[in-house]
Design a protein around this ligand. Structure first.
Ligand code: 13P
Ligand code: SF4
Length: 372
């Protein structure tokens, strides 16, 4: 279990102005040795210091592209920092400012449960035809499992390409044992939305419930399914409902609706566009001046898009949406604390992945990077 200890008072009692001056000074002292990455869901008080912003795919590429940086301070959540550690050199340290910044969706699948599912599937179907695909939002241990079993990682910006690749690995002719299958974890919604995008139907999909015997499925369910979708979800994105889109359209008949693919399928099918956080930003940029755009994703990105796009109005589809509580843990206080420690040559909150896990997880990440 990760545990972030309370910080000293000279951090917790500092005013926003003091923190700003101290972060600025630390950043200047560390210069090129430091590279700060910020995920789009970060607070503005953190994001303003990021050398680069991105979605989870872009951030993993960016981490790799800066071998000169000794310290990569990752303003995001734990699985992103783990991936950055796997993709960067041994001379680099990846730092997560608050160790409690996890992801509740990533925690919905653990290695033991996935191994159990795999063994059950192996007793029911030709396991050589099952390709495991894990969403980036998963532990390094799961990425390693996937790498070792012939699968790949995907993110919300490349899930379609990765699933197409997975399905092309075996011949899909059904000889009674079923064609190629994908075991997709941990986000059922990204798996389902992508499956529909590729032309599959609900008939081709089954939910794998890790809490139920045999995943809650019959042998026939497993044989018939092309997609076995892990029963996991993002609590932030699952809050968006079709009624939110109906209300938005009633108020803004010419408005544009964009949702993240972690939203439920019945929400995404009502949207004009569906995409990762980077894709949402591009869609807002491309919208005509004067547009009113309703967005289904985390509130910090929605508010930043509205502030940074003064000629358009960007609103959350759910007026009561909550922030992602774990992304929210990273604040100026923790950022200042890690940077001031680095000046003293103390690396606090370093995220490391053990070499065996890292080796196989890198196989799965490299497969993703070569597919996309
Ligand atoms: P992106 O891949 O769009 O950055 O999404 C990451 C995430 O955690 C969304 O909840
Ligand atoms: Fe995890 Fe959802 Fe937060 Fe993304 S928004 S980090 S999926 S809990």
């Amino acid at each position: 279990m990760r545990l972030q200890l309370p910080l000293p008072e000279r951090y917790t009692d500092a005013t926003p102005d003091e923190l700003e001056a101290r972060i600025h000074a630390a950043r200047t002292t560390l210069g090129e040795r430091l590279f700060i990455l910020g995920h789009h869901y970060q607070r503005d008080e953190v994001m303003r210091w990021a050398d680069a912003r991105g979605d989870s795919f872009r951030l993993s590429v960016l981490a790799q592209e800066h071998p000169e940086a000794e310290y990569i301070v990752f303003c995001g959540v734990h699985f992103m920092a783990e991936s950055a550690d796997i993709l960067t050199g041994d001379h680099q340290s990846v730092i997560l400012p608050d160790l409690n910044a996890g992801c509740s969706m990533a925690d919905m699948a653990d290695l033991e449960e996935v191994e159990e599912a795999w063994e059950t599937l192996a007793r029911t179907t030709d396991i050589s035809r099952v390709i495991p695909i894990t969403y980036m939002n998963s532990s390094a241990a799961l990425k390693a499992f996937v790498g070792e079993h012939g699968g790949a990682v995907c993110t919300s910006s490349n899930a379609a390409a990765v699933l197409r690749w997975a399905l092309s690995l075996g011949d899909r002719a059904d000889d009674g044992a079923g064609g190629t299958k994908v075991l997709f974890f941990p986000d059922q919604h990204l798996g389902r939305n992508t499956g529909f995008d590729l032309g599959f139907t609900a008939e081709d999909m089954r939910i794998w419930n890790p809490r139920a015997e045999h995943g809650g499925l019959t042998d026939a369910d497993i044989t018939d399914a092309t997609f076995l979708l892990w029963r996991g979800h993002c609590s932030v994105h699952q809050r968006f409902r079709p009624e939110h889109i109906e209300q938005f359209r009633a108020s803004h008949p010419d408005g544009i609706v964009i949702t993240h693919p972690e939203c439920a399928h019945e929400v995404c099918e009502l949207a004009d566009q569906v995409g990762s956080t980077d894709a949402i930003i591009r869609a807002v940029e491309a919208a005509p001046v004067g547009s009113v755009i309703g967005v289904g994703t985390e509130i910090h990105l929605v508010n930043r898009l509205d502030a940074e796009t003064p000629d358009k109005t960007v609103v959350s589809l759910d007026p009561l949406v909550c922030p992602c509580s774990t992304m929210f843990r990273i604040d100026a206080v923790h950022l200042c604390w890690v940077l001031e420690n680095l000046i003293e040559d103390r690396v606090v909150n370093r995220i490391t992945v053990d070499p065996t896990t890292a080796r196989w997880a890198k196989v799965a990440l490299d497969r993703m990077l070569s597919i996309t």
